[in-house]
Design a protein around this ligand. Structure first.
Ligand code: KG4
Ligand code: ZN
Length: 350
C-alpha cells in the first residue's frame, strides 16, 4: 500500500510518500520560517499565500523523489484540520483534486493524529500508549487507544509549550522561532538563577498553563539590574528549566492516570517541535527511568510538522477500510477526543 500525504496546517508546506512496510519513500518539507521571521510568529494570511504558491511543486517533488506516478498510489491523505484554515484549505483541496483526477480514495487526516501515530511508522509500538504532544500550537497529554480513538488526559488552558518558548524568546530579543534559540542561549546560563513558577505543578490532573510563567519572565526582564544581553543566558536557562519541570510534573500525573485505565501501559511517546529540546528530553528520560516507562522520541524531522506523519495516519485509516468523501469540510478545530472534559481551572490564573 502506497500513500501520498499532504500537510499545510501551519507554516510548513509538506508532501511525502510512505508505504505499509514503514518505508518513507519521500519526505519534502518547505519551511516558511523566513516569511514569518519579521513578524516574530506565524501570520495566517502570509502562511496561506505561501502554501498556495508552493503546494503543487512540493507535491511534485515528493512524487518524483519517491520515483512513482499518481497511478501507483492507493490513496491520497491530506491534513483537514485542526490549524490555520487558509493553509488547510489549500492542502486539502490539492489532495481532493488529485483524488478526483486519479479516481483514488481520499483520506482527511487530523493533524494531531499524524503526530500521535508517527511512532508506529518508525517502530513497532502497540496500542495503548501515552502521548505528550508539545508543539507551537498544542500541549496535550493523551492515551492513544487505537487508530481514531484517543482519551485526552490534559491540555493547556492558555499557551502551548512551544508558544511559550516563542514568546519568551521575543521578550529576550532572541528572534524566531524561539525554541532552538532559547536552547542555544541557555547553554551558557544558570537554570537556578531566576526562580520562575512551575505553573499547575502541584494541582491534580494534568492540564497545563504557561501564561503565568511568561509574565514572570517579562517582570524579570523589566526589573533587571544588568543589561538584557548579559542576563539572557540565565533567563533562558531558568525559563527552560521551569518548562521542563512543569512538563515532567504533569506527565508524572498522566502516567498515574493512564495506568489507572490501562495497568499494563509501558510506553510514553513525546512528539511535536518542543520534543527536540535536549534539556526537556533529559528530564523526561529521568522521569521514565523512575516510573518504569519506556520513552520513545521520533527523530526531530518526524517530531516537527511533516507530511510523512500525515501519509502514515492516512494509511492506518485506509488499511482499516476508512476513507472520506470529497466534500469533507476542512476544520480549524478538530479535537482528537471530542468527549474530553474542559480543561480544569480554565479561566483561573495559575
Ligand atoms: O511541531 P512544530 O514544528 O509545529 C507546530 O507547532 O505544530 O513545533 C514548533 C514549535 C515552535 O514553537 C518552536 O519554538 C518549538 O516547537 N521548538 C522548540 C525547539 N525546537 C522547536 N522548543 C524548545 N526547544 C527546541 N529545541
Ligand atoms: Zn504539528
Amino acid at each position: 500500500m502506497i500513500v501520498l500525504g499532504i500537510e499545510t496546517s501551519c507554516d510548513e508546506t509538506a508532501a511525502a510518500v510512505v508505504d505499509d512496510a514503514r518505508r518513507i519513500l519521500s519526505n519534502v518539507v518547505l519551511s516558511q520560517t523566513e516569511d514569518h521571521r519579521p513578524f516574530g510568529g506565524v501570520v495566517p494570511e502570509v502562511a496561506a499565500r505561501a502554501h498556495l504558491e508552493n503546494t503543487d511543486a512540493v507535491i511534485a517533488k515528493a512524487m518524483s523523489d519517491a520515483g512513482i506516478d499518481f497511478a501507483d498510489l492507493d490513496c491520497i491523505a491530506a491534513t483537514a484540520g485542526p490549524g490555520l484554515i487558509g493553509g488547510i484549505l489549500v492542502g486539502a483541496m490539492s489532495g481532493k483534486a488529485i483524488a478526483l483526477a486519479t479516481g483514488k480514495p481520499f483520506v482527511a487526516v487530523n493533524h494531531l493524529e499524524g503526530h500521535a501515530l508517527t511512532v508506529r511508522l518508525i517502530d513497532d509500538v502497540q496500542f495503548p500508549y501515552l502521548l505528550l504532544l508539545v508543539s507551537g500550537g498544542h500541549c496535550q497529554l493523551l492515551i492513544v487507544e487505537d487508530v481514531g480513538k484517543y482519551t485526552r488526559l490534559g491540555t493547556t488552558i492558555d499557551d502551548a509549550a512551544g508558544e511559550a518558548f516563542d514568546k519568551t524568546a521575543k521578550l529576550l530579543g532572541l528572534g524566531y522561532p524561539g525554541g532552538p534559540l532559547i536552547e542555544k542561549v541557555a547553554e551558557g546560563g544558570d537554570p537556578q538563577k531566576f526562580d520562575f513558577p512551575r505553573p499547575m505543578a502541584h494541582r491534580p490532573g494534568c492540564d497545563f498553563s504557561f501564561s503565568g510563567l511568561k509574565t514572570s519572565v517579562r517582570r524579570a526582564v523589566e526589573t533587571l539590574d544588568r543589561p538584557l544581553e548579559v542576563a539572557a543566558p540565565d533567563l533562558a536557562a531558568s525559563f527552560q528549566q521551569a518548562v521542563a519541570d512543569t512538563l515532567v510534573a504533569r506527565t508524572k500525573n498522566a502516567i498515574k492516570m493512564a495506568r489507572d485505565a490501562h495497568p499494563d501501559i509501558t510506553t510514553l511517546v513525546v512528539a511535536g517541535g518542543v520534543a527536540a529540546n535536549t534539556a526537556i528530553g533529559r528530564a523526561l528520560d529521568a522521569l521514565c527511568a523512575k516510573t518504569d516507562m519506556q520513552l520513545v522520541k521520533p527523530a526531530p524531522a518526524l517530531c516537527t510538522d511533516n507530511a510523512a506523519m500525515i501519509a502514515w495516519a492516512g494509511l492506518e485509516h485506509f488499511r482499516r477500510g476508512q476513507s472520506d468523501p470529497l466534500d469533507f469540510k476542512a476544520r480549524p478545530r478538530w479535537p482528537l477526543d471530542p468527549d474530553a472534559p474542559a480543561a480544569a481551572f480554565a479561566g483561573v490564573k495559575a
